[in-house]
Write a protein that binds this ligand. Sequence first.
Ligand SMILES: *Cc1c(COP(=O)(O)O)cnc(C)c1O
Length: 409
Amino acid sequence: MERKVIPYARQWVDADDLEAVAAVLRSDWLTTGPRVADFESAVAASVGAREGVAVSSGTAALHCAMSAVGIGPGDEVIVPPLTFVATANAVVFQGGKPVFADIDPETLLLDPEKVRAQITPRTKAIVAVDYAGCPCDYQALQTLARTRGLILIADACHSLGASYQGKKVGTLADLTVFSFHPVKHITTGEGGMVVTDNPEWAAAMRRFRNHGLSTDHRQRAQQGTWRYAMLELGYNYRLTDFQCALGISQLAKLDAWVARRQEIARGYDAHLADLPGISLIQTPPQVSHSHHLYVILLELKRLRADRDQVFQALRTRGIGVNVHYLPVHLHPFYQQHLQTRPGDCPVAEEAYERLLSLPIFPGLSDEEVFQVIEALRETLEEFRLNESSPDATMRGLDADFPITAGLGN
Ligand SMILES: *Cc1c(COP(=O)(O)O)cnc(C)c1O
């Protein structure tokens, strides 16, 4: 019998979203029309930033940010290892070198002390990744960036709707990047945005997303001219008007969706905190977490199974668990091109061996949350070692690193 799997993430699209898209499809502007600027202003206003630049993906948004701040050959950018590959790839796109700084074992967020240790005269920027939806230690990172003359970029693809010390994600770094992929908080199918208070960077990013041209199609139509000049090398990273219409419609629901994610996370916390065989990630007190992911850490010393066996057992029980992420420096590309090695970021590597993402998305029902909890309870019981067994000390962290295929973002 085919059992329906509860996915780890799922988009939510309502009738009013469909209508918003259809209205644009019936209009004169399918791309580079009025909805683009509307979506940019709506996102910027919702996070309290001056400027928003809409682009075709979160990855394109990261690339725009790297270009705007002038990352180029010879420049180093400090990034955490526990993130989607795009965070580091964007540095490589510009000819720069990502330098991996390890994470904190309690929060799995970039550790400011490890960042400090990686700064060299070539360092130009730091990318903070708000892993799972939890804002990084921005007070420490801002101080570090300011005192060392570095640009702070937030990869906030997980943390739209989160805040830190009462300030929204979007105002905590020099530039902040969002993704609107269907697994993220709101979706445009594919899509992304950079928000910043710096109008020059915003103008540079608007050129960069449009081949490096001085004006866009709509501006030329309004000026009654065909003339344009290519000022620098750019790309086609534009987001369409119908996608922006979807984004505007989705944004209106963000607060309710974040509240539901937080409710689900509280449910998991309450039922999983004392479950032998796993531990939970710590949330610092000064943050409001937007729970893109709900990640648990297996206590491998108490189990006679590794993470992949627990993953399989849960999948068999119909729970669409996932793994976020194989640390970026362990991917073959980075090992070959940057000579990164296992052992470079031991905290992230140990966490990777132990972590699993449980289903969390606004449409997940209470009943499904309990199904996940029950399946996890059963699986851990099945694999739990008798605590006095000598085997218990044999398992552990010295397993070699299976370079598993990417499981998607
Ligand atoms: C999703 C994601 C990206 C890339 O976004 P896309 O829209 O898929 O290109 C980058 N960084 C992180 C941390 C992400 O989760």
